[in-house]
Design a protein around this ligand. Structure first.
Ligand code: PMP
Length: 406
């Protein structure tokens, strides 16, 4: 039987008290989530017992490390249901992957007058790299607007699509509001104009099953640290033909066939796209995080985080002076709200005094905040280890804050 308390015990951070002596209530999982012992131990073992480089040397432990590193590629392939293992490239995170695709895929294909489409709810990471290249090339960055509910205006998207569009980049889930986008609908519309589609799945992979074949997206990226894995590692899925036609994401050692002073020829992807010594420990730790997710299973993960989100919404909506942002029936485990008369930053500072971690601010989504006429919101976001008791502690602390500050 699934029990979040048992899961919580697998996360060492919850065994200690906060500096003020409280139990830690961690509700900032959309920013980054805590690490289970299995991931921590796997990384420690790698450094302590089997450390070596990858892809270059024929001695143990380098051969063992190369085998383990490449096995993680297979694990990620299966996690995303990618057709081929070579469609998985390791990066240092979502932001890195987006910048690399912007430079290596979009830049050479974009001309003056062309169009790139993003949405109004994008994280800055899935906005600025495309924006900068559009500015440089004299291309247009067009925006799928959101409705007052926070959902994308799908009809407006359909009117933006033409054969001038060279890329559509959109998030699977809004990190600020938890709104889930209908990716199948978006991708189907884009494919009608043969537009390549890039999915920012930073907020998706921890909570729900992804199938890149069913989605039919060209690229999909996410970060290890948001799925119980280490920081400094991420994944770029790219369709085989896309990765093959792209120039290396960066240049250096480990990716070449032949080099002279004048020129270089390159191996095939994924090697072509992983120049330099990669974050080996990060990739090995990511493999352990994928195992952790698989052991629990997406069915349990989604059901639990959905139940916690529903419970939190119910409690928040029952409170006076709290406005939940975004009006949707089904949301990812991310809730943004404002408390009347209390600035979100003051709220998060006050909650910190009680051992409760929430995020306050614009959530790296300033255009979305402008659209909603908000400077900042308080955001809570859940993971597999969060319990109803965490929400109860939050609600008590919110009421105390209200009494004290408003
Ligand atoms: N996109 C979204 C939707 C995110 O939530 C985040 C992280 N907050 C990012 C991109 C950037 O991820 P990272 O900082 O791991 O590169």
């Amino acid at each position: 039987m699934f029990n979040p308390e048992t899961i919580k015990q697998q996360f060492p951070i919850f065994k200690q008290k906060t500096p003020l002596g409280q139990d830690l209530v961690y509700l900032d999982n959309a920013a980054t989530c805590q690490k289970p012992l299995a991931v921590i131990d796997r990384i420690t073992d790698f450094y302590a017992k089997e450390y070596g480089t990858v892809g270059r040397s024929s001695y143990w432990p380098a051969t063992e490390t190369t085998k383990n590193y490449n096995e993680v590629r297979g694990k990620v392939q299966r996690l995303l249901n990618a057709a081929h293992e070579d469609e998985i490239v390791f990066t240092s995170g979502t932001t890195d992957a987006i910048n690399k695709v912007a430079n290596s895929f979009l830049r050479p294909r974009l001309n003056a007058g062309d169009v790139v489409i993003i949405s109004e709810m994008e994280h800055h990471a899935n906005l600025i790299p495309w924006q900068q290249i559009c500015t440089e090339k004299g291309a247009l960055l067009k925006v799928i607007p959101i409705l007052d509910s926070g959902e994308l205006d799908y009809e407006a998207l359909e009117s933006l699509l033409t054969n001038k569009v060279k890329l559509l980049a959109v998030t699977g889930v809004s990190n600020a509001l938890g709104i889930k986008n209908d990716l199948l609908r978006i991708i189907k519309a884009a494919k009608g104009f043969e537009v390549p589609v890039f999915i920012d799945a930073a907020q998706s992979v921890a909570h729900s099953e992804i199938d890149v074949v069913a989605l039919h997206c060209d690229f999909l990226v996410f970060s290890g640290h948001k799925i119980y894995g280490p920081t400094g590692v991420g994944v770029l899925f790219g369709k085989r033909e896309r990765l093959r036609e792209m120039a290396p994401l960066s240049y250096g050692g480990g990716i070449v066939k032949e080099v002279t002073i004048e020129a270089a020829s390159f191996q095939q992807s994924p090697n072509k796209h992983e120049a330099g010594t990669p974050n080996i420990a990060g990739v090995i730790g990511l493999g352990a995080a994928v195992d952790f997710i698989n052991e629990i299973g997406y069915a349990e993960i989604s059901a639990h985080t959905k139940a916690i989100t529903g419970y939190a919404l119910e409690q928040l909506k029952a409170m006076e002076g709290i406005q939940v942002i975004g009006d949707v029936d089904d949301r990812a485990p991310v809730i943004s709200f404002v408390m009347e008369g209390v600035h979100a930053h003051d709220l998060s500072t006050f909650l910190n005094e009680k051992g409760i971690c929430i995020r306050a601010g614009h959530h790296c989504a300033q255009p979305l905040m402008h659209r909603l006429n908000l400077m900042a919101t308080a955001r809570i976001s859940f993971a597999i280890y969060n319990t109803k008791a965490d929400i109860d502690a939050l609600i008590i602390a919110l009421k105390e804050t209200q009494a004290f500050l408003s």
